[in-house]
Design a protein around this ligand. Structure first.
Ligand SMILES: [Zn+2]
Ligand SMILES: [Zn+2]
Length: 171
C-alpha cells in the first residue's frame, strides 16, 4: 500500500539563485494519486523563474491514459498534455488575492510541492467526450459490428426516411 501522504514532486528553492532554472519529473501516476484512466508515468517539465520575493513556475505535463471510445467501445491510449503557470509569493497574503494561480509561501519556505497542482491539471486535461478518432464510425446499431473495421451492409436496407434519426443516434 503506497503512502499517499508522501509527496513526490518537490522543488527545493532554498539555495536557488535568481534567474531561470529547469526541472523535470517523471513519476508513476499512482504516486500522485491519478485515477485508473491514467497509466504509466507522468512527465512534468518545469521552468522556474526566481526573482526577489517571488517564484514563477511554468509547468508543462504529459501523461498517458487509457480510455474506452464512447462510440465504438474500443480501448485507446492517448497522451494528454496540459500547461499552467503558478506564481508563489513569499510572505503573508496581504491584499486578499485569492486568484487560482497565486500561492503564498511562508517566508522561510525552502521548497515548493507541485504534486497536487500537477494532479489537478492532469484531471482537467481529461476530455469530455472520448473518441478513439474524430471520425469514429461507431458500432452498427443493428448487428453491433465495429464499422471502423468493416462494412456490415445493414445500412443498405434502411428506409431513407429513418436516416436523419440514425445520424442523430450515431452522434
Ligand atoms: Zn471509436
Ligand atoms: Zn450491421
Amino acid at each position: 500500500m503506497p503512502d499517499f501522504r508522501e509527496k513526490y514532486m518537490i522543488i527545493k528553492i532554498s539555495n536557488l539563485s535568481d534567474g531561470v532554472h529547469k526541472f523535470n519529473f517523471d513519476e508513476s501516476v499512482e504516486k500522485i494519486r491519478l485515477g485508473e484512466e491514467f497509466t504509466g508515468s507522468i512527465n512534468v517539465d518545469v521552468e522556474l523563474n526566481k526573482v526577489p520575493l517571488q517564484v514563477i513556475l511554468n509547468v508543462h505535463l504529459s501523461v498517458k491514459t487509457i480510455f474506452q471510445c464512447d462510440r465504438c467501445a474500443a480501448d485507446y491510449s492517448p497522451v494528454l498534455s496540459n500547461s499552467y503557470q503558478m506564481v508563489y509569493f513569499f510572505g503573508k497574503d496581504t491584499d486578499g488575492d485569492d486568484s487560482l494561480n497565486v500561492t503564498y509561501l511562508n517566508a522561510e519556505a525552502d521548497k515548493i510541492d507541485i504534486s497536487s497542482d500537477v494532479r489537478d491539471y492532469s484531471i482537467l486535461a481529461l476530455p469530455m467526450k472520448k473518441l478513439c478518432k474524430e471520425d469514429c464510425k461507431g458500432l452498427c446499431y443493428k448487428c453491433g459490428k465495429n464499422l471502423n473495421e468493416e462494412e456490415c451492409g445493414c445500412t443498405e436496407n434502411i428506409d431513407p426516411r429513418w436516416q436523419p434519426l440514425i445520424d442523430i443516434k450515431k452522434n
